[in-house]
Structure formats: C-alpha cells, structure tokens
Design a protein around this ligand. Structure first.
Ligand SMILES: CC(C)(COP(=O)(O)OP(=O)(O)OC[C@H]1O[C@@H](n2cnc3c(N)ncnc32)[C@H](O)[C@@H]1OP(=O)(O)O)[C@@H](O)C(=O)NCCC(=O)NCCS
Length: 182
C-alpha cells in the first residue's frame, strides 16, 4: 500500500459517511450514470434506492467514506459540500466470499485531479484491513485509464478483462477486474 498521502488542498476532509450525505452522494453517482460508462446503470438512482444501498452497506459491515469541503452561501454561511466518496460492498454473497469486498470510488467532476481519489482509496484500504477483509476487488470499464492507474498505484494487479459483459449507450463494453490482497 502507498503510505505517502497525495497532496490535497487543506480544505478537504475525509470522514465516514452519514445518511445526511446521501443526496450529494446520489447526485455524484447520478451524474456519472448519465454521462459515462463507468456505472452500468441506465437510469438515475432514486432517493429510496440510495438509502437502501447505504443501509445495506453499513449493515453488511462495509465502510463508506466521503471527502468534504465547504462553500460560502448566502449571509456568509459555510455549507458542507460532498466532493466524492469511496465504499466497499459485497463482491459475491456466498459465505466463502466474506473476506472479499469490491470497492467503488466516485469524485464529483468539479473536484477531480486534486488527489481526492487517492486519499479516499487510501483510507478505504486502511479501514478494510481494520475490518479484517483479505481481498479487495476493482471492476473498471474500458477506457477508464485514470481508474486503472489509480488502482495500480496501490498495488492492485489486473486479473483479467472480460469482453463485452456490459451494454450501455448502444454498445458492448469490456470490463477489467483488479485485485489487491491486504
Ligand atoms: C477515477 C477517479 C476516481 C479519479 O479521482 P481523482 O480524484 O481525479 O484522482 P486523483 O486526483 O487522486 O489522481 C490519482 C492519480 O490518477 C491520475 N489521474 C486522475 N484523473 C486522471 C485523468 N483524467 N487522466 C489521467 N490521469 C488521471 C492522477 O494524475 C494521479 O496520478 P499519480 O498518482 O501518478 O499522481 C475519478 O476520475 C472519478 O470519480 N471517475 C468517475 C468514477 C469512476 O470511474 N470510478 C472508478 C470506478 S469504481
């Protein structure tokens, strides 16, 4: 694991997510669903589905982190902004996969390339170790060089690429799987 934190503007903080963060997490995910093949859903995630995902993730013993910053709003008040999140989730549900988890990381498009992806994965992997996970899986759709680069910088190795196992925006999409034993 990379022990050197990436340079990050001092205004960003990393903390565990709460249900209050969900509307902003949903906005980040829904933007990505609408514009990219990085998420294979076709339609936006509803508030209820977001809440169900959050509760199932926490109940399953998986962490969700957010990167936050603040913005000044009316009356010079400071408002918290969620700039990105990372999470672990079930890889497969059968008992024997209990020490394996799949990770996700999404950074709001206006907050990218500031070291947040790196920081959120770093904290996620530290927490994964604390929670006794053994194998972390990444699933990255084609043409997402930034994500592959980011995963490899933490020691993930490419296990293989599945051809055309996704279909979105009227075309087949390849999917690369990566793993890290922690
Ligand atoms: C992939 C993603 C998480 C990267 O987050 P980020 O905060 O922009 O990444 P960082 O600033 O921490 O950069 C990490 C590394 O990736 C590189 N990188 C990030 N975005 C890049 C881009 N668009 N092109 C080339 N390199 C890029 C950085 O230069 C840095 O490299 P370094 O470690 O050699 O310095 C972000 O682009 C994203 O949310 N994408 C959409 C969702 C997604 O694809 N998630 C992954 C699937 S789970």
């Amino acid at each position: 694991m990379n022990d050197i934190p990436a340079p990050i503007p001092a205004t960003y903080k990393i903390r565990l997510a709460t249900e209050q963060d969900l509307p902003q997490i949903n906005d980040i995910v829904n933007h990505e669903i609408a514009v990219s093949i990085n998420n294979f859903n076709y339609g936006p995630r509803s508030e209820q589905d977001g809440l169900a995902w959050f509760r199932a993730t926490i109940a399953g013993g998986y962490p969700i982190f957010v990167a936050t910053t603040t913005k000044t709003v009316e009356g010079d008040e400071e408002e918290e902004v969620v700039a990105g999140y990372s999470s672990l989730g079930s890889f497969r549900q059968k008992d024997g996969y209990r020490y394996t988890a799949e990770y996700s990381v999404y950074i709001h498009h206006e907050h990218r390339q500031r070291g947040l992806g790196k920081r959120l994965i770093k904290d996620l992997l530290i927490e994964a170790k604390v929670r006794n996970f053994h194998s972390i899986i990444g699933s990255i759709s084609e043409d997402n060089e930034a994500s592959v680069h980011l995963a490899k910088s933490f020691g993930f190795r490419i296990v293989g690429t599945m051809k055309e196992n996704g279909y979105k925006f009227d075309r087949w999409i390849d999917n690369t799987f990566l793993e890290l034993l922690i």
